[in-house]
Design a protein around this ligand. Structure first.
Ligand SMILES: [Zn+2]
Length: 374
């Protein structure tokens, strides 16, 4: 059901002479569907990802291919149902969980993306077709008497996110631009900032962020103590919404204890048992929608935790540890970490305490190798 495991670390691994782990057993069938949106515009679903395509007498204008397996399925369905080739593939932004597998359409399609996306696709070696046509602000594509309007919306979820408007169908396709409950990005935030920029409350953007935070989390004062975390009991549906009765969830403090216990006081990756060097990591950070829940937790040695948070390493849904080649590229080092690449991670035996596959999937796609993004 999950996308294929990122194999990004392999080049560096080979160079270091470490044998990479074999690919995991084939995951179960993906949930795929095609649903009509309006007129000749259709929505394509692959598990948690969606794209759209417009059918015209001269061919199809497709958007994010999602991944190679999804793209092959979509290509076959389009051929079967509409009997026209895919003439264009438009990438919403450069992230691999949306645009992998473009090469599947390379026999008939022209690939279109924002100009910044092209650089990243090449630089990050995204496993997809490199865009043939790029644009900076606006571009229209016409085919078979139909039209899609592409607009760059400025730095947002990425520095190359575009929205696609289908005027005849009165539909807009926007991907990842709005992430529910994520904090807004202040104007002074530069794309060059890596991590760790701080804002003071005295500067306007700091105040803006804090106000946004409070409007989401409620007015809890300035201290983010364990009590604060414990008092925050978000429900599935209304995480920061109105107060309501929900089952209590773990606070930050109890989260650490529960995770430590479930992992028998050992780092899941290295097996390290020296407790002061071990931490309960969130797979998906709390600030980005993750919860203080055992299935969002993993017990890690501090350095591994740090690299995990920064996206230099990840754990796949099949519970294998993977190391980004970025460690080697950026620090000319990392031998100790590469030696762990492909290793099976030691998780609790009880299934209901193991890391949730969809959270690991999120980390693979949104965090791994993406330590430079917000
Ligand atoms: Zn994205």
């Amino acid at each position: 059901m999950y996308k294929s495991i990122p194999r990004l670390g392999l080049a560096a691994i080979a160079a270091l002479g470490v044998i990479a782990a074999p690919p995991p057993a084939e995951a179960q069938e993906a949930k795929r569907a095609i649903v009509k949106v309006a007129g000749d515009l259709y929505r394509f679903q692959n598990n948690f990802h969606y794209s759209v395509f417009l059918v015209t007498p001269e061919g199809v204008i497709a958007t994010d291919p999602i991944n190679a397996g999804a793209a092959k399925w979509l290509k076959a369905e389009i051929a079967k149902r509409f009997k026209v080739p895919v003439k264009y593939v438009i990438y919403s932004h450069d992230h691999r969980d949306h645009i992998a597998g473009g090469e599947v359409f390379a026999d008939t399609a022209t690939f279109v993306a924002h100009e910044n996306a092209k650089a990243t696709i090449i630089g990050e070696k995204r496993p997809t077709a490199v865009p043939d046509v790029t644009f900076a602000e606006r571009m229209d594509i016409e085919l078979g008497g139909k039209r899609v309007e592409l607009t760059y919306v400025g730095p947002s979820h990425s520095d190359n996110s575009i929205v696609m408007r289908f005027p005849a169908e009165r539909a807009l396709f926007a991907v990842d631009i709005v992430t529910v409950n994520r904090l807004p990005i202040p104007d002074s935030w530069s794309r060059q900032i890596v991590v760790g920029k701080k804002f003071g409350l005295e500067d306007p953007d700091g105040k803006y962020l804090w106000d946004s935070f409070q409007s989401r989390y409620g007015n809890f004062g300035s201290g983010l103590s364990d009590n604060f975390q414990d008092s925050l009991s978000p429900s599935e549906s209304d995480r920061y919404g109105k107060p309501q009765l929900v089952p209590p969830r773990l606070g930050q403090g109890s989260f650490r204890l529960v995770v430590m216990d479930a992992y028998q006081r050992r780092c899941a990756v290295t097996g390290e048992k020296t407790l002061p060097a071990l931490e309960a990591a969130h797979i998906r950070p709390f600030a980005e929608g993750g919860k203080h829940e055992i299935r969002n937790g993993i017990f890690l040695r501090r350095d591994v935790h740090r690299l995990f948070d920064l996206g230099y390493v990840t754990i796949t849904p099949s519970q294998r540890f993977e190391v980004s080649r970025r460690i080697k590229e950026e620090f000319e080092n990392g031998r100790d970490y590469y030696a762990l690449h492909g290793r099976e991670v030691a998780v609790p035996r009880a299934k209901n305490k193991q890391p949730a596959a969809e959270l690991l999937d999120w980390h693979n796609n949104e965090r791994f190798k993406n330590g430079f993004e917000i």
